[in-house]
Design a protein around this ligand. Sequence first.
Ligand SMILES: [Fe+2]
Ligand SMILES: [Fe+2]
Length: 275
Amino acid sequence: MADVTTQDGAEIESAMWRLYRDFFDMAEKKRRWSIRDDIPWAEVNSNLRPEVTDVVESFTAVELYLPDYTSKILPMVRASRGRAWFYANWGYEESKHSLALGDWLLRSGTRTDEQMADLEGKVFAGEWNLPHDSALGMLVYAMVQELATGLNYRNLRRRVMECGGDPALSKLLLYVSVDEQAHYGFFRDCVRLYLKYDTAATLEQMRRVMNNFAMPAISDFADGQQRVARIKALDIFNEDIYYREVYLPVLATLGVSRAEMRNRLPSRKSAVEVV
Ligand SMILES: [Fe+2]
Ligand SMILES: [Fe+2]
């Protein structure tokens, strides 16, 4: 992957495998949920504000890129059993997210079958591509993206409660945000391992990824900018939230200073967009 010795590489791999087994055992024991049985579907609120239901649709669209997410990352991590097995389980969990959100859009009556088919058609018309070309860069990206996604769902849940509430959507968003938080935890522990064994390469990837982070997929939609604007207008996610609740906490938990995150090459200082 990076400039690690064969011995270090083997130690990283065996540690990542242990992280995966712990992650999987915990998921099986504490985190499994059923779309059919665990969501109070009878309590769906059909009168949530359209701005909120539009965001539910946008998040459904992001989750619908699953075939691209899994098919493109697996070849990159194929040699790492821990990461490859993780992504197999991850794909199962992420598949539930789009199913559950899509079910809510239909059961609430805010979208029809035809509108959902149209949304799927738009998603599958454009391919999502890996935003970084190295396995270590993608590891850092996944860590940040999962934490950010969990916050998006948590904040959407708050907005739902503030505008009339919906017990079904609230429960669903809670399950999904707990899943995203668990995904973040696995990737964070993997990044911590790399920081220990290959500090320079890991810091370099953290600088590249975290100083220029963008959420995936919806910006590719024809109305992607409007969708992002709606998410910002509801204070669900924006640059400030990224800096305060993603960027700084990740640095703190990994013991990385802000000085270490400054680009070393003066000519690249303008690359920092979101902080
Ligand atoms: Fe998800
Ligand atoms: Fe996730």
